[in-house]
Write a protein that binds this ligand. Structure first.
Ligand SMILES: [Fe+2]
Length: 466
């Protein structure tokens, strides 16, 4: 029944690529940049990958239990005499190299230099490659037990240009969570500053809100997730008319709702697929562990530990931890909605992120049993998922700038279509337009980060006036 996977291009020898990279790694560590031997090796690698990439790519080389696979097919030419090379790569924590169309020779050199120094730093591979401008080569680990599920290496935090206040709040949250993870007491002063920054700066920035509401192409395990959930809870709290004092309490509670995860080993938090009973218990304990940390911290709002304890409880009871028939506090219910939306619009090692529109459908499905229906309705109907000035892509692969929202169509704004190369405006489009059957003609699939240094605000006013 199943269609056989297309055979890899016959000219491609994954072992040759791996050997080339290993040789380049040594050369990059031995000779100065620009040395002719480096240039020669780069050219050899470039020649090896040119043809297969021209056919569409990507080239996926994985090492599974010591054997080299090309595009998920064991490479017969590569089984002989490859042991030292494979060991060298796996010793570096690398057993997956994917090369995408558009790769430049400089990227191979940057990867080789990275591999040379890799053992010396503890920073995430994806971040280190991004900082070296490597955009078309990914290095990663495969899941040791289930080789059918490819471990996808997502960045741990947003990449690309970030709203400055949002970037600062992420840094503050990272510091706070890392300290807590290292066993230090919670820094309540920083938490308070962070809550102020979120309420008075980040919540007023369309750019920041766009970055938080969009599909998130990164695996935000705790601190980014916490900042994002705090912002989404704040938005939802505003829409249901909470007072300023309660909004501050809500933002603080949302920011710290998952603080218990700092006490759980990362490999359990990140583990894809089914967890065994002990692992599940451990994960679930982040609610009680968090509440314990927060009860001990002086100067927090009394509801903050409550929200940490209750945010995985359903509105009809159920969920975890077991608290009998207790119904979660309304503040916990707000954080639950924000938490679910944030989690599914972010990436996981085993799952691509879900676009906002589908995420809203998932929320709707959970409403009534797990989530509060009125809160889900408010969230889905009142939050502007693509704020003014967001750069978005549609299901028809159009690129556009959001120029009008708030027409009762939170997922379907009016956009100015932009030219892919020059970003100059080429027309106006209402994404809420429906076809003869009543279905939307197009949906927004993602929010796109504008290229570095490009400011599209000047397009906003004339476009809206048009
Ligand atoms: Fe949680």
């Amino acid at each position: 029944m199943s269609t056989p996977a297309p055979a890899p291009a016959p000219t491609l020898d994954p072992l040759a690529i791996l050997k080339g990279l290993a040789a380049l790694r040594k050369l990059a560590g031995t000779y100065p940049p620009g040395h002719p031997m480096i240039g020669q090796k780069l050219k050899e690698i470039g020649d090896l990958v040119a043809d297969p990439l021209r056919e569409g790519g990507p080239i996926r080389i994985d090492v599974i239990r010591g054997d080299i696979y090309l595009d998920e097919v064991a490479s017969s030419s590569a089984q002989q005499g490859n042991q030292p090379l494979v060991e060298q790569l796996t010793a570096l924590g690398i057993d997956s190299i994917h090369i995408h169309q558009g790769v430049e020779l400089d990227e191979f050199l940057a990867v080789a230099e990275f591999l040379w120094r890799h053992a010396e730093t503890g920073e995430a591979v994806s971040n280190q490659l991004a900082s070296r401008n490597v955009r078309h080569i990914t290095l990663g680990k495969l899941l040791p037990l289930d080789t059918k599920w490819r471990y996808q290496q997502w960045p741990d935090a947003p990449t690309g240009p970030l709203d400055p206040d949002y970037a600062e709040s992420l840094m503050m949250a990272q510091q706070t969570f890392e300290n807590t993870s290292a066993g230090k007491p919670l820094d309540v002063v920083t938490v308070r500053d962070l809550v102020q920054l979120l309420i008075y700066k980040v919540a007023r920035s369309n750019a920041a809100l766009g970055q938080i509401l969009a599909v998130k192409q990164y695996e935000n395990l705790t601190y980014c997730h916490s900042v994002n959930v705090a912002m989404l809870s704040l938005l939802l709290g505003k829409h249901v008319g909470l007072s300023d004092a309660m909004l501050a309490a809500l933002t603080e509670a949302a920011l710290l709702h998952d603080v218990g995860k700092t006490q759980i080993p990362l490999e359990v938090v990140k583990k894809p697929g089914a967890l065994d009973k002990a692992e599940r218990k451990l994960i679930e304990s982040h609610t009680t562990l968090g509440a314990e940390i927060l009860v001990q911290a002086e100067g927090l709002h009394p509801l903050t530990p409550t929200v940490a304890l209750e945010h995985h409880r359903g509105v009809k009871g159920g969920g975890y931890p077991d608290l009998g028939d207790a119904i979660p506090h309304p503040m916990s219910q707000i954080v639950s909605v924000a938490d679910v939306y944030e989690a599914i619009t972010g990436a996981r090692s085993y799952q691509a992120p879900t676009p906002p529109e589908r995420a809203c459908l998932i929320l709707a499905r959970l409403a009534g049993d797990k989530l509060n229906t009125a809160l889900v309705k408010t969230f889905v109907n009142a939050i502007t998922f693509f704020p003014l000035g967001s750069l978005v892509r549609t299901t028809r692969n159009e690129l556009g700038l959001v120029i009008e929202t708030g027409r009762g169509e939170p997922l379907h704004p009016v956009i100015t279509l932009l030219d892919e190369q020059s970003y100059s405006p080429i027309g106006r489009l209402d994404t809420a337009t429906r076809d003869s059957s009543g279905a939307y003609e197009r949906h927004i699939t993602e929010t796109v980060a504008p290229p570095d240094g490009l400011d599209l605000r000047h397009l906003l006013e004339p476009a809206r006036a048009a």
